[in-house]
Design a protein around this ligand. Structure first.
Ligand SMILES: Cc1cc2nc3c(=O)[nH]c(=O)nc-3n(C[C@H](O)[C@H](O)[C@H](O)COP(=O)(O)OP(=O)(O)OC[C@H]3O[C@@H](n4cnc5c(N)ncnc54)[C@H](O)[C@@H]3O)c2cc1C
Length: 284
């Protein structure tokens, strides 16, 4: 691991000053659970790390009239214990509850989970299903983009090095949501396959539906054909089974240390079916 200097600005303006001083040769440091591991494996060429974990502009979970805002430096533990997240963003709350292990959950942030862009990132998968917008600042200039549009491929995002994710914003809407993760263990395991589903039903009819699958493609997969099949339906077991088959057809998994492509594809069908049943067939 090359020696690094960690800069700890007290304010957001200090971040931009530190970024200018580092002349592009820096990384943002949040919980460090990806960055430090990568650096230990020789995958860090940046000598300056700008610690953003304590900045108040990246903190807080607020429930507004129309939207929920979660600061990018909020940890998985803070997110899953927030009453607002549990109420309005059920898939995200579950993703953060099943994330890694308790010590990791107290360090790992939502911003880091997205910026690291692993196809198996649990919170990122749920963020996409929950229709998150990312609030991004570059040298103080703010823009909002669909969080999903950030993911280009494995560990590859549309963010430039000086793009700082400040927060994620979600529409405040009553809906049902679920996140199901299949890993080697219940916790402390990276997903082999994951599914996040968010849906609105009116009189039993599906009027909005987002399905996202993790760890089964170069980035988080949206099986649009399965969404289209169920939209406008009062779904039963047969339609859900058909949609789950379409989910499995939409994925492009690989063999790796955690699983095989064939198992992942089959499990994409199985956990999509479970997730869709949990959301669309529950009676309350
Ligand atoms: C043992 C172990 C178990 C794990 N289990 C899981 C798991 O179950 N599920 C899962 O999804 N992940 C898991 N991870 C991966 C990791 O914990 C997550 O990806 C975590 O959310 C990363 O967040 P962080 O705050 O630690 O990011 P960091 O390591 O600090 O940063 C990661 C990357 O994001 C960038 N970054 C961070 N914040 C921002 C921001 N606000 N704006 C722009 N760029 C930013 C950094 O520059 C860096 O490139 C695990 C990791 C370990 C080591």
């Amino acid at each position: 691991m090359i020696p690094v200097t960690v800069v700890q600005p007290k304010k957001l303006s200090g971040v931009w000053a530190a970024a200018r001083a580092a002349k592009g040769g820096f990384k943002f440091l949040a919980g460090g659970t990806d960055l430090v591991i990568n650096a230990r494996h020789g995958k860090n060429a940046h000598r300056v790390w700008i610690d953003i974990s304590g900045l108040k502009e990246l903190k807080g979970i607020t429930e507004g009239r129309d939207k929920i805002r979660i600061g990018a430096a909020e940890t998985a533990a803070a997110v899953c214990s927030s009453p607002a997240v549990r109420k309005w963003l059920p898939a995200l709350a579950q993703a953060c509850r099943h994330f890694a292990s308790p010590p990791l959950r107290n360090m790992a942030t939502l911003g880091g989970n997205c910026a690291n862009a692993s196809p198996s990132a649990d919170a990122a998968c749920a963020l996409c299903a929950e229709q998150a917008a990312a609030v991004i600042s570059r040298a103080g200039k703010i823009r909002r983009v669909a969080a999903e549009s950030l993911f280009l491929g494995p560990k590859h995002t549309a963010l430039s090095p000086d793009d700082l994710i400040l927060a994620f914003e979600f529409p405040r809407r009553a809906h049902r949501g679920v996140f199901i993760k299949l890993g080697a263990r219940e916790s402390f395991a990276i997903s082999k396959v994951s599914a996040a589903v968010a849906a609105e039903l009116r009189n039993g009819v599906v009027c909005s539906l987002s399905i996202r699958l993790g760890a089964v493609g170069p980035k988080i997969v949206r099986p649009e054909s399965a969404e289209k099949l169920l939209l406008g339906l009062r779904p039963g077991a047969a339609a859900i089974a058909d949609a789950a088959r379409l989910c499995a057809e939409a994925v492009s998994p690989i063999d790796d240390v955690r699983s095989t492509a064939a198992y992942r594809r089959d499990m994409a069908r199985v956990i999509s079916k479970r997730a869709l049943e949990a959301v669309l067939l529950k009676t309350s």
